[in-house]
Design a protein around this ligand. Structure first.
Ligand SMILES: Cc1ncc(COP(=O)(O)O)c(C=O)c1O
Length: 321
């Protein structure tokens, strides 16, 4: 058994015992809102912003999860507290919220206690994500435009963070065919750069920071943080329509997301960006990010990478079930 504890429908249960029904609306329709928050120094980073977004997603999906946001925050902190002792003090965590409408009413007879939304919060040590990610902080990432486009906001609004993510998965598969580890940036139906399957995109052109308008994208907490840091640093920022052409003209390009904060792109559509190294604006922003987070997350990721084989061997030796 893993030592970790999950909040699941009103109770704290061992991680291996938290199970969603095959009749759950999440499984049937991808009908689930979620959030992914991380800690820096074991403290949740921008939890309020993530929970604001979770509740905005739930409103769009018309799901009443039965918990007010303040209660959700309290339970989130308690879930984290319960899990911290299972790892060393220098371990940071992913905090995942998943909320679905619950089992479909049609199958209500299977649930004599009644049908209600499925609410879970789990915490996972970031050593696996960030240990595996660490080399990318040095190498950067290669970005391509896949055939798969993103969904326009008038069909399914990407501002809501939901598990309806087949289009992202298709984009990942298509990019993988273009080369190992290649990252896809999806175009919106107007042919403008939208976002990656789990990150937002920034370009730098002539010292100006450019990012897609918040129309057909998830408005990332890390995207917002990056914009705020750029303002503080006096870097001009513009939210605008950006196409393949602008991508190819960019002096710098980078991606932002909760887990890795920000990582530079080395190539776009097979062409080297700048000199292929992290550019000056990106480097300035990354240093500001580290200050803001209170942790050098790049050094931390490299440290996790070294410890990951032993951590994995130990986790396999203690199967979670
Ligand atoms: C589609 C999509 N875009 C952007 C992001 C980045 O958002 P954040 O910075 O809040 O992690 C995510 C994060 O999972 C995402 O799924």
């Amino acid at each position: 058994m893993s030592q970790r504890t999950v909040y699941f429908n009103g109770h704290f249960v061992p991680e291996g015992e938290a199970r969603v029904s095959i009749f759950d609306s999440a499984l049937m329709f991808g009908d689930m809102a979620f959030e992914m928050t991380r800690t820096y120094g074991q403290r949740p980073f921008k939890l309020k912003e993530h929970l604001d977004r979770l509740y905005a997603s739930l409103k769009l999906l018309e799901i009443d999860c039965g918990l007010r946001q303040q209660e959700m925050e309290r339970i989130t902190l308690e879930t984290l507290e319960r899990n911290l002792p299972t790892e060393p003090d220098d371990m940071d965590w992913q905090i995942m919220h998943d909320v679905s409408r619950g089992p479909l009413g049609l199958y209500g007879s299977v649930f004599p206690e009644g049908v209600r939304p499925t609410v879970s919060i789990n915490c996972w040590p970031l050593i696996t994500h960030m240990g595996a990610f660490a080399p990318k902080y040095r190498s950067g990432v290669d970005i391509v435009i896949p055939a798969q486009q993103t969904l326009p906001a008038h069909l399914v609004d990407p501002k809501a963070k939901t598990r309806s993510r087949l289009h992202y998965q298709m984009a990942i598969l298509q990019a993988a065919r273009m080369g190992e580890g290649v990252w896809p940036v999806l175009l919106d139906p107007d042919g403008f750069l939208a976002e990656g399957p789990g990150w937002n995109i920034f370009l730098v052109k002539d010292g100006e920071l450019l990012t897609p308008e918040p129309r057909n994208i998830l408005i990332g907490v890390s995207r917002q943080t990056t914009i705020e840091l750029a303002h503080e640093l006096g870097i001009p920022v513009r939210e605008t329509n950006l196409g393949r052409y602008e991508g190819l003209q960019a002096n710098e390009m980078f991606c932002t997301a909760t887990t890795f904060a920000l990582v530079h792109a080395t190539t776009f559509e097979g062409q080297t960006i700048g000199n292929g190294e992290p550019g000056p604006v990106f480097t300035q922003l990354r240093e500001a990010w580290k200050q803001h987070a209170g942790i050098d997350f790049v050094t931390q990721a490299h440290d996790y990478a070294e410890r990951l084989p032993a951590w994995t061997a130990n986790a396999i030796a203690i199967p979670s079930d």
